[in-house]
Unconditional design. Structure first.
Length: 467
Protein backbone atom coordinates (compact mmCIF):
# COMPACT_ATOMS: atom_id res chain seq x y z
CA UNK A 1 0.00 0.00 0.00
CA UNK A 2 1.34 3.44 -0.93
CA UNK A 3 0.94 5.62 2.16
CA UNK A 4 1.87 9.09 0.89
CA UNK A 5 1.31 10.68 4.30
CA UNK A 6 3.70 8.17 5.89
CA UNK A 7 6.26 8.74 3.17
CA UNK A 8 6.09 12.48 3.72
CA UNK A 9 6.47 12.25 7.46
CA UNK A 10 2.83 13.14 8.09
CA UNK A 11 1.18 16.48 7.52
CA UNK A 12 2.55 17.13 4.02
CA UNK A 13 0.53 14.57 2.10
CA UNK A 14 -1.24 17.01 -0.23
CA UNK A 15 2.01 18.64 -1.32
CA UNK A 16 3.62 15.24 -1.99
CA UNK A 17 0.55 13.84 -3.74
CA UNK A 18 0.59 16.70 -6.25
CA UNK A 19 4.32 16.29 -6.93
CA UNK A 20 4.80 13.79 -9.75
CA UNK A 21 8.48 13.12 -9.03
CA UNK A 22 7.87 12.71 -5.29
CA UNK A 23 5.11 10.15 -5.86
CA UNK A 24 7.20 8.20 -8.35
CA UNK A 25 10.16 8.20 -5.94
CA UNK A 26 7.96 6.97 -3.09
CA UNK A 27 6.67 4.06 -5.18
CA UNK A 28 10.21 3.14 -6.21
CA UNK A 29 11.38 3.14 -2.57
CA UNK A 30 8.48 0.94 -1.50
CA UNK A 31 9.08 -1.48 -4.37
CA UNK A 32 12.76 -1.71 -3.49
CA UNK A 33 12.12 -2.30 0.21
CA UNK A 34 8.95 -4.42 0.20
CA UNK A 35 8.46 -5.67 -3.34
CA UNK A 36 6.05 -4.50 -6.04
CA UNK A 37 3.03 -2.76 -4.49
CA UNK A 38 -0.27 -4.45 -5.33
CA UNK A 39 -2.60 -2.32 -3.18
CA UNK A 40 -3.09 1.43 -3.57
CA UNK A 41 -5.37 3.60 -1.44
CA UNK A 42 -5.40 7.23 -2.65
CA UNK A 43 -6.31 9.21 0.46
CA UNK A 44 -4.67 12.63 0.12
CA UNK A 45 -7.03 15.53 -0.47
CA UNK A 46 -7.72 19.17 0.34
CA UNK A 47 -10.98 21.12 0.31
CA UNK A 48 -10.76 24.80 1.33
CA UNK A 49 -14.03 26.73 1.22
CA UNK A 50 -14.24 29.56 -1.31
CA UNK A 51 -16.97 31.12 -3.40
CA UNK A 52 -16.57 30.51 -7.12
CA UNK A 53 -16.52 34.23 -7.95
CA UNK A 54 -13.77 34.91 -5.40
CA UNK A 55 -11.71 31.79 -6.17
CA UNK A 56 -8.36 32.43 -7.81
CA UNK A 57 -6.93 30.30 -10.60
CA UNK A 58 -4.11 29.30 -8.25
CA UNK A 59 -6.59 28.05 -5.63
CA UNK A 60 -8.46 26.07 -8.26
CA UNK A 61 -5.26 24.50 -9.63
CA UNK A 62 -4.02 23.65 -6.14
CA UNK A 63 -7.15 21.65 -5.34
CA UNK A 64 -7.11 19.93 -8.73
CA UNK A 65 -3.40 19.22 -8.39
CA UNK A 66 -3.86 17.37 -5.13
CA UNK A 67 -7.26 15.75 -5.57
CA UNK A 68 -7.04 14.69 -9.23
CA UNK A 69 -3.39 14.79 -10.27
CA UNK A 70 -2.33 13.02 -7.09
CA UNK A 71 -4.40 9.85 -7.72
CA UNK A 72 -3.35 9.92 -11.38
CA UNK A 73 0.36 10.10 -10.51
CA UNK A 74 0.09 7.34 -7.89
CA UNK A 75 -2.06 5.01 -10.00
CA UNK A 76 0.12 5.42 -13.06
CA UNK A 77 3.21 4.60 -10.96
CA UNK A 78 1.86 1.39 -9.38
CA UNK A 79 -0.32 -0.06 -12.15
CA UNK A 80 2.51 -1.48 -14.31
CA UNK A 81 3.64 -3.51 -11.30
CA UNK A 82 0.09 -4.68 -10.56
CA UNK A 83 -0.48 -5.65 -14.19
CA UNK A 84 2.80 -7.58 -14.25
CA UNK A 85 1.75 -9.45 -11.10
CA UNK A 86 -1.72 -10.15 -12.50
CA UNK A 87 -3.34 -8.89 -9.31
CA UNK A 88 -4.01 -5.51 -7.74
CA UNK A 89 -6.42 -3.29 -5.85
CA UNK A 90 -6.96 0.46 -6.28
CA UNK A 91 -9.22 2.39 -3.88
CA UNK A 92 -9.83 6.13 -4.35
CA UNK A 93 -11.21 8.15 -1.45
CA UNK A 94 -14.07 10.42 -2.50
CA UNK A 95 -16.69 12.29 -0.49
CA UNK A 96 -20.45 12.72 -0.57
CA UNK A 97 -19.57 16.20 -1.84
CA UNK A 98 -19.17 14.50 -5.22
CA UNK A 99 -22.95 14.87 -5.63
CA UNK A 100 -22.66 18.65 -5.07
CA UNK A 101 -21.38 21.08 -2.46
CA UNK A 102 -22.47 24.73 -2.54
CA UNK A 103 -19.45 25.85 -0.49
CA UNK A 104 -16.72 23.98 -2.41
CA UNK A 105 -17.21 23.74 -6.14
CA UNK A 106 -13.52 22.95 -6.68
CA UNK A 107 -13.49 20.14 -4.12
CA UNK A 108 -16.81 18.69 -5.32
CA UNK A 109 -15.64 18.87 -8.92
CA UNK A 110 -12.48 16.88 -8.21
CA UNK A 111 -14.34 14.24 -6.23
CA UNK A 112 -16.91 13.86 -9.01
CA UNK A 113 -14.01 13.59 -11.46
CA UNK A 114 -12.56 10.73 -9.44
CA UNK A 115 -15.77 8.77 -10.00
CA UNK A 116 -15.19 8.76 -13.75
CA UNK A 117 -11.48 8.08 -13.20
CA UNK A 118 -12.25 5.06 -10.98
CA UNK A 119 -14.83 3.53 -13.32
CA UNK A 120 -12.51 3.96 -16.30
CA UNK A 121 -9.68 2.30 -14.38
CA UNK A 122 -11.95 -0.66 -13.65
CA UNK A 123 -12.64 -1.09 -17.37
CA UNK A 124 -9.01 -0.72 -18.40
CA UNK A 125 -7.34 -2.74 -15.65
CA UNK A 126 -9.95 -5.47 -15.14
CA UNK A 127 -8.47 -7.80 -17.79
CA UNK A 128 -5.18 -7.72 -15.86
CA UNK A 129 -6.70 -8.87 -12.56
CA UNK A 130 -6.77 -5.35 -11.07
CA UNK A 131 -9.92 -3.91 -9.50
CA UNK A 132 -10.66 -0.21 -8.91
CA UNK A 133 -13.28 1.11 -6.52
CA UNK A 134 -14.01 4.29 -4.57
CA UNK A 135 -15.26 5.11 -1.08
CA UNK A 136 -17.40 8.20 -0.45
CA UNK A 137 -17.42 8.94 3.30
CA UNK A 138 -20.16 10.98 4.90
CA UNK A 139 -19.82 12.96 8.15
CA UNK A 140 -16.90 11.29 9.98
CA UNK A 141 -15.48 12.26 13.39
CA UNK A 142 -12.05 13.81 12.83
CA UNK A 143 -9.90 16.77 13.77
CA UNK A 144 -11.57 18.70 10.94
CA UNK A 145 -15.05 18.29 12.45
CA UNK A 146 -13.74 19.69 15.73
CA UNK A 147 -12.23 22.64 13.89
CA UNK A 148 -15.54 23.23 12.10
CA UNK A 149 -17.40 23.23 15.43
CA UNK A 150 -15.02 25.81 16.84
CA UNK A 151 -15.35 27.99 13.75
CA UNK A 152 -19.11 28.11 14.27
CA UNK A 153 -18.77 28.88 17.97
CA UNK A 154 -20.28 25.53 19.03
CA UNK A 155 -19.03 22.88 21.38
CA UNK A 156 -18.12 19.66 19.61
CA UNK A 157 -20.95 17.81 21.39
CA UNK A 158 -23.54 20.35 20.24
CA UNK A 159 -22.13 20.28 16.72
CA UNK A 160 -22.21 16.50 16.78
CA UNK A 161 -25.78 16.37 18.10
CA UNK A 162 -27.08 18.53 15.27
CA UNK A 163 -25.19 16.60 12.64
CA UNK A 164 -26.51 13.28 13.93
CA UNK A 165 -30.08 14.51 13.43
CA UNK A 166 -29.44 14.53 9.67
CA UNK A 167 -28.10 10.95 9.50
CA UNK A 168 -30.61 8.06 9.29
CA UNK A 169 -28.54 5.72 11.51
CA UNK A 170 -28.38 8.44 14.16
CA UNK A 171 -24.63 8.75 14.61
CA UNK A 172 -21.52 10.17 13.00
CA UNK A 173 -19.14 7.94 11.14
CA UNK A 174 -15.86 6.79 12.66
CA UNK A 175 -12.49 6.29 10.97
CA UNK A 176 -12.93 2.56 11.56
CA UNK A 177 -16.07 2.60 9.42
CA UNK A 178 -14.01 3.79 6.48
CA UNK A 179 -11.11 1.45 7.29
CA UNK A 180 -13.35 -1.63 7.40
CA UNK A 181 -14.78 -0.76 3.99
CA UNK A 182 -11.34 -0.21 2.51
CA UNK A 183 -10.08 -3.47 4.04
CA UNK A 184 -12.80 -5.38 2.25
CA UNK A 185 -12.24 -3.69 -1.10
CA UNK A 186 -8.51 -4.51 -1.06
CA UNK A 187 -9.04 -8.11 0.09
CA UNK A 188 -9.01 -11.22 -2.14
CA UNK A 189 -12.71 -11.63 -1.39
CA UNK A 190 -13.53 -8.44 -3.32
CA UNK A 191 -12.25 -9.69 -6.65
CA UNK A 192 -15.68 -9.47 -8.26
CA UNK A 193 -16.31 -5.91 -7.05
CA UNK A 194 -14.91 -3.26 -9.39
CA UNK A 195 -15.89 0.15 -10.73
CA UNK A 196 -18.13 0.82 -7.74
CA UNK A 197 -18.61 3.84 -5.48
CA UNK A 198 -19.41 2.76 -1.91
CA UNK A 199 -21.14 5.49 0.10
CA UNK A 200 -20.25 5.13 3.78
CA UNK A 201 -22.60 7.84 4.99
CA UNK A 202 -25.11 6.27 7.37
CA UNK A 203 -27.94 6.38 4.85
CA UNK A 204 -28.94 7.21 1.27
CA UNK A 205 -26.77 10.02 -0.03
CA UNK A 206 -29.51 12.12 -1.64
CA UNK A 207 -31.56 12.29 1.55
CA UNK A 208 -28.45 12.67 3.66
CA UNK A 209 -27.18 15.55 1.56
CA UNK A 210 -30.48 17.40 1.58
CA UNK A 211 -30.94 17.12 5.31
CA UNK A 212 -27.34 18.09 5.90
CA UNK A 213 -27.92 21.25 3.88
CA UNK A 214 -30.80 22.14 6.18
CA UNK A 215 -28.57 21.67 9.21
CA UNK A 216 -25.91 23.84 7.62
CA UNK A 217 -28.49 26.55 7.08
CA UNK A 218 -29.56 26.42 10.71
CA UNK A 219 -25.97 26.61 11.93
CA UNK A 220 -25.18 29.43 9.53
CA UNK A 221 -28.18 31.43 10.75
CA UNK A 222 -26.86 31.22 14.32
CA UNK A 223 -23.16 31.68 13.63
CA UNK A 224 -22.13 35.13 14.88
CA UNK A 225 -20.20 37.24 12.45
CA UNK A 226 -20.68 35.07 9.36
CA UNK A 227 -23.40 37.28 7.97
CA UNK A 228 -22.33 40.67 9.31
CA UNK A 229 -22.60 42.44 5.95
CA UNK A 230 -22.34 46.21 5.76
CA UNK A 231 -23.77 48.31 2.96
CA UNK A 232 -20.98 49.72 0.83
CA UNK A 233 -22.95 51.43 -1.89
CA UNK A 234 -24.03 55.05 -1.62
CA UNK A 235 -27.61 56.13 -2.09
CA UNK A 236 -28.31 57.93 -5.35
CA UNK A 237 -30.51 60.97 -5.72
CA UNK A 238 -33.38 60.80 -8.18
CA UNK A 239 -31.43 62.98 -10.59
CA UNK A 240 -28.38 60.73 -10.40
CA UNK A 241 -30.61 57.70 -10.85
CA UNK A 242 -32.00 59.09 -14.09
CA UNK A 243 -28.54 59.79 -15.44
CA UNK A 244 -27.09 56.41 -14.49
CA UNK A 245 -30.21 54.46 -15.36
CA UNK A 246 -30.40 55.90 -18.85
CA UNK A 247 -26.76 55.03 -19.49
CA UNK A 248 -26.99 51.50 -18.10
CA UNK A 249 -27.46 48.52 -20.38
CA UNK A 250 -28.53 46.28 -17.52
CA UNK A 251 -31.98 45.39 -16.28
CA UNK A 252 -33.21 46.70 -12.92
CA UNK A 253 -34.27 43.51 -11.25
CA UNK A 254 -37.14 44.84 -9.14
CA UNK A 255 -40.00 42.57 -10.14
CA UNK A 256 -40.62 39.22 -8.46
CA UNK A 257 -37.96 36.61 -9.32
CA UNK A 258 -38.54 34.13 -12.08
CA UNK A 259 -41.08 31.50 -11.29
CA UNK A 260 -42.36 33.09 -8.07
CA UNK A 261 -45.83 34.62 -7.73
CA UNK A 262 -46.13 38.36 -7.36
CA UNK A 263 -47.20 39.78 -4.03
CA UNK A 264 -50.94 40.22 -3.80
CA UNK A 265 -52.62 43.39 -2.44
CA UNK A 266 -53.83 41.32 0.51
CA UNK A 267 -50.28 40.37 1.40
CA UNK A 268 -48.08 43.43 0.63
CA UNK A 269 -44.36 43.46 1.41
CA UNK A 270 -43.22 45.13 4.61
CA UNK A 271 -42.53 48.77 3.82
CA UNK A 272 -39.35 49.48 5.70
CA UNK A 273 -36.93 52.35 5.14
CA UNK A 274 -34.29 51.48 2.54
CA UNK A 275 -31.75 53.55 0.70
CA UNK A 276 -33.16 54.57 -2.67
CA UNK A 277 -30.54 53.07 -5.00
CA UNK A 278 -27.01 51.75 -4.88
CA UNK A 279 -24.32 52.18 -7.48
CA UNK A 280 -22.61 48.81 -7.53
CA UNK A 281 -18.92 48.72 -6.73
CA UNK A 282 -16.60 45.98 -8.00
CA UNK A 283 -17.15 43.74 -4.97
CA UNK A 284 -20.94 44.01 -5.27
CA UNK A 285 -20.77 43.26 -9.00
CA UNK A 286 -18.89 40.08 -8.24
CA UNK A 287 -21.41 39.06 -5.60
CA UNK A 288 -24.25 39.54 -8.09
CA UNK A 289 -22.52 37.63 -10.88
CA UNK A 290 -24.87 34.73 -10.16
CA UNK A 291 -28.44 34.52 -11.54
CA UNK A 292 -29.80 32.89 -8.38
CA UNK A 293 -28.43 35.70 -6.20
CA UNK A 294 -30.11 38.25 -8.45
CA UNK A 295 -33.40 36.39 -7.94
CA UNK A 296 -32.89 36.22 -4.16
CA UNK A 297 -32.24 39.96 -4.03
CA UNK A 298 -35.24 40.65 -6.27
CA UNK A 299 -37.42 38.54 -3.97
CA UNK A 300 -36.40 40.56 -0.91
CA UNK A 301 -36.94 43.84 -2.74
CA UNK A 302 -40.38 42.85 -3.99
CA UNK A 303 -41.79 40.71 -1.16
CA UNK A 304 -40.05 42.27 1.82
CA UNK A 305 -37.96 40.71 4.65
CA UNK A 306 -37.57 36.95 4.64
CA UNK A 307 -35.55 34.04 6.04
CA UNK A 308 -33.42 31.39 4.38
CA UNK A 309 -36.22 28.86 4.81
CA UNK A 310 -38.82 31.12 3.19
CA UNK A 311 -36.49 32.11 0.35
CA UNK A 312 -35.75 28.43 -0.28
CA UNK A 313 -39.47 27.68 -0.52
CA UNK A 314 -40.13 30.57 -2.91
CA UNK A 315 -37.29 29.72 -5.28
CA UNK A 316 -37.42 25.93 -5.04
CA UNK A 317 -33.91 25.48 -3.63
CA UNK A 318 -32.68 23.86 -0.42
CA UNK A 319 -32.25 25.97 2.73
CA UNK A 320 -28.49 25.49 2.74
CA UNK A 321 -28.13 27.06 -0.70
CA UNK A 322 -30.49 29.90 0.27
CA UNK A 323 -28.50 30.64 3.43
CA UNK A 324 -25.24 30.61 1.49
CA UNK A 325 -26.48 33.09 -1.12
CA UNK A 326 -27.98 35.34 1.57
CA UNK A 327 -24.60 35.45 3.31
CA UNK A 328 -22.89 36.40 0.07
CA UNK A 329 -25.42 39.20 -0.53
CA UNK A 330 -24.90 40.45 3.03
CA UNK A 331 -21.13 40.42 2.57
CA UNK A 332 -21.62 42.62 -0.50
CA UNK A 333 -23.71 45.14 1.46
CA UNK A 334 -26.81 44.41 -0.64
CA UNK A 335 -28.99 43.08 2.19
CA UNK A 336 -29.00 43.70 5.94
CA UNK A 337 -30.28 41.78 8.93
CA UNK A 338 -33.74 42.75 10.18
CA UNK A 339 -32.85 43.26 13.84
CA UNK A 340 -35.34 42.35 16.53
CA UNK A 341 -37.26 39.97 14.32
CA UNK A 342 -35.23 36.78 14.41
CA UNK A 343 -35.87 33.94 16.83
CA UNK A 344 -32.24 33.01 17.42
CA UNK A 345 -32.56 30.03 15.09
CA UNK A 346 -33.45 31.95 11.95
CA UNK A 347 -32.42 35.39 10.85
CA UNK A 348 -34.58 37.76 8.86
CA UNK A 349 -33.04 39.69 5.99
CA UNK A 350 -34.20 42.69 3.98
CA UNK A 351 -32.87 44.50 0.93
CA UNK A 352 -30.63 47.46 1.73
CA UNK A 353 -31.60 49.38 -1.41
CA UNK A 354 -34.52 49.72 -3.79
CA UNK A 355 -32.51 49.30 -6.98
CA UNK A 356 -29.02 48.43 -8.21
CA UNK A 357 -27.36 50.79 -10.68
CA UNK A 358 -24.29 50.05 -12.79
CA UNK A 359 -22.82 52.30 -15.47
CA UNK A 360 -20.44 50.31 -17.72
CA UNK A 361 -19.08 53.56 -19.16
CA UNK A 362 -17.63 54.48 -15.76
CA UNK A 363 -15.80 51.17 -15.33
CA UNK A 364 -12.25 52.17 -16.26
CA UNK A 365 -10.34 49.57 -14.21
CA UNK A 366 -9.97 46.19 -16.00
CA UNK A 367 -11.15 44.22 -12.97
CA UNK A 368 -14.28 46.37 -12.74
CA UNK A 369 -14.95 45.92 -16.43
CA UNK A 370 -14.72 42.14 -16.10
CA UNK A 371 -16.93 42.18 -13.02
CA UNK A 372 -19.45 44.27 -14.93
CA UNK A 373 -19.52 41.78 -17.79
CA UNK A 374 -20.03 38.89 -15.37
CA UNK A 375 -22.90 40.82 -13.76
CA UNK A 376 -24.45 41.55 -17.16
CA UNK A 377 -24.25 37.86 -18.04
CA UNK A 378 -26.02 36.92 -14.80
CA UNK A 379 -28.73 39.54 -15.35
CA UNK A 380 -29.32 38.24 -18.89
CA UNK A 381 -29.73 34.70 -17.59
CA UNK A 382 -32.11 35.84 -14.86
CA UNK A 383 -34.18 37.80 -17.43
CA UNK A 384 -34.34 34.71 -19.64
CA UNK A 385 -35.68 32.63 -16.78
CA UNK A 386 -38.23 35.30 -15.86
CA UNK A 387 -39.47 35.44 -19.46
CA UNK A 388 -39.78 31.65 -19.55
CA UNK A 389 -41.89 31.73 -16.38
CA UNK A 390 -44.06 34.51 -17.84
CA UNK A 391 -44.62 32.51 -21.03
CA UNK A 392 -46.05 29.65 -18.99
CA UNK A 393 -48.63 31.99 -17.46
CA UNK A 394 -49.77 33.63 -20.73
CA UNK A 395 -52.67 31.17 -21.28
CA UNK A 396 -54.09 31.91 -17.81
CA UNK A 397 -53.64 35.71 -17.69
CA UNK A 398 -56.83 37.65 -16.87
CA UNK A 399 -58.27 39.42 -19.88
CA UNK A 400 -57.46 42.91 -18.61
CA UNK A 401 -53.78 41.99 -18.22
CA UNK A 402 -53.55 39.90 -21.38
CA UNK A 403 -54.79 42.85 -23.46
CA UNK A 404 -52.07 45.20 -22.16
CA UNK A 405 -49.17 42.74 -21.87
CA UNK A 406 -46.76 42.71 -24.77
CA UNK A 407 -44.08 40.33 -25.99
CA UNK A 408 -42.07 41.61 -28.94
CA UNK A 409 -38.81 40.88 -30.70
CA UNK A 410 -37.60 43.54 -33.14
CA UNK A 411 -34.46 43.47 -35.27
CA UNK A 412 -33.23 46.93 -36.34
CA UNK A 413 -30.15 48.01 -38.28
CA UNK A 414 -28.36 50.47 -35.99
CA UNK A 415 -24.93 51.80 -35.09
CA UNK A 416 -23.71 51.84 -31.45
CA UNK A 417 -24.55 55.56 -31.14
CA UNK A 418 -28.13 54.84 -32.30
CA UNK A 419 -28.52 52.11 -29.69
CA UNK A 420 -27.20 54.45 -26.99
CA UNK A 421 -29.71 57.15 -27.93
CA UNK A 422 -32.62 54.71 -28.07
CA UNK A 423 -31.60 53.20 -24.76
CA UNK A 424 -31.55 56.64 -23.10
CA UNK A 425 -35.02 57.40 -24.39
CA UNK A 426 -36.45 54.07 -23.21
CA UNK A 427 -35.00 54.43 -19.73
CA UNK A 428 -36.28 58.00 -19.51
CA UNK A 429 -39.79 56.62 -20.01
CA UNK A 430 -39.22 53.92 -17.40
CA UNK A 431 -37.95 56.52 -14.95
CA UNK A 432 -41.11 58.60 -15.44
CA UNK A 433 -43.42 55.65 -14.78
CA UNK A 434 -41.29 54.58 -11.86
CA UNK A 435 -42.01 57.86 -10.09
CA UNK A 436 -45.75 57.46 -10.74
CA UNK A 437 -45.59 53.94 -9.26
CA UNK A 438 -44.45 55.29 -5.88
CA UNK A 439 -48.07 55.94 -4.94
CA UNK A 440 -49.49 53.34 -2.57
CA UNK A 441 -52.75 51.98 -3.98
CA UNK A 442 -54.17 48.48 -4.05
CA UNK A 443 -54.65 48.49 -7.82
CA UNK A 444 -50.87 48.45 -8.43
CA UNK A 445 -49.17 45.12 -9.06
CA UNK A 446 -45.53 44.38 -9.95
CA UNK A 447 -45.01 44.53 -13.71
CA UNK A 448 -41.81 43.26 -15.30
CA UNK A 449 -40.43 45.56 -17.98
CA UNK A 450 -37.45 43.93 -19.63
CA UNK A 451 -35.09 45.98 -21.79
CA UNK A 452 -32.59 44.20 -23.99
CA UNK A 453 -30.68 45.71 -26.89
CA UNK A 454 -27.75 43.78 -28.31
CA UNK A 455 -26.28 42.75 -31.66
CA UNK A 456 -27.99 39.68 -33.10
CA UNK A 457 -25.76 36.77 -32.01
CA UNK A 458 -23.10 35.94 -34.57
CA UNK A 459 -23.23 39.31 -36.40
CA UNK A 460 -20.29 41.09 -34.75
CA UNK A 461 -16.80 39.71 -34.08
CA UNK A 462 -15.93 38.95 -30.43
CA UNK A 463 -13.60 41.28 -28.57
CA UNK A 464 -9.92 40.42 -28.81
CA UNK A 465 -8.18 38.71 -25.92
CA UNK A 466 -7.09 41.19 -23.25
CA UNK A 467 -9.25 44.03 -24.57
Amino acid sequence: MLDVEHESGGGAAPAVAADESAVTAAVDRIAAALGPPTVLVDNAGIGPRADLVDMTTQQWNTVLGTNLNGPFFATRAVCPRMMAAGWGRVVNMLSISAVGDADRVDYAGTKAGLIGFTKSLALQLGPHGVTANAIAPGFVVSDMTRISAGRLGLSFEEYRRRAEQSIPVGRLGLPDDIAHTASFLVSPGAGFVSGQVVYVAGGPVDRRTYRRAGEQAERAERADGLEDGRGRGRGCSQQLFRKKCCRSILARMTASPAGSPAASPADPPDRLPVESDVELDTAALRVLAHPLRINVLALLRQRGPSTATKVAGELGINPGAASYHLRRLAAGGLIVEESGRGTGRERWWRAAHRQSVHDPASAAAPERQEAGRAYAHAVALACTERLRAAAQEVPSLPEEWFEVSTFGDFVLRLAPKDVARMRDEVFAVISRYRQAADRDTEELVPVAVQVQAFPVPGTVPPRSAGS
